[in-house]
Design a protein around this ligand. Structure first.
Ligand code: THU
Length: 132
């Protein structure tokens, strides 16, 4: 990686402060590193129509895709929870789409951190290989 794991965590922690989460009060930040070493960030964005809420992970990934990137090689997720916050099921599917079996670094605001591989979070993933 061009950036360190710490760079990705710092980027996710920073964007987390801009989360729009007035309903859950649960702010999340995410940062992805693209194949060529660029960092894209995302925070969760909620809606009064709750189901429209978008998670931080997908905001970060879609932002990278909108900028022209198709592959990511790592993602960091930061939330204020004692038990480290892992991506929801929908986000796991989207992370797999653009990254496959990449490292996912989970961190809280107290410096607790753990890195898990996507294959552990989403075994037997459905993906494009089934569509060929
Ligand atoms: N959330 C994320 O942004 N990422 C996660 O990994 C877990 C959940 C958001 C969605 C919602 O705005 C809030 O956290 C509570 O579910």
């Amino acid at each position: 990686m061009k950036h360190t794991k710490e760079d990705l965590i710092a980027a996710a922690a920073d964007v987390r402060t801009r989360a729009f989460a007035p309903y859950s009060n649960f702010k999340v930040g995410a940062a992805v590193e693209t194949e060529d070493g660029e960092i894209y960030i995302g925070c969760n964005v909620e809606s009064a129509s709750y189901g429209l809420t978008m998670c931080a992970e997908r905001v970060a990934i879609f932002s990278a895709v909108a900028a022209g990137h198709k592959r990511i090689k790592g993602i960091s997720v930061v939330a204020d929870s004692d038990e480290l916050t892992a991506p929801c099921g929908a986000c796991r599917q989207v992370i797999w789409e653009f990254g496959g079996d990449i490292p996912v670094t989970l961190s809280n605001l107290n410096g607790k951190t753990e890195t898990i591989q996507m294959i552990e979070l989403l075994p037997h993933a459905f993906d494009s290989k089934y569509l060929k």
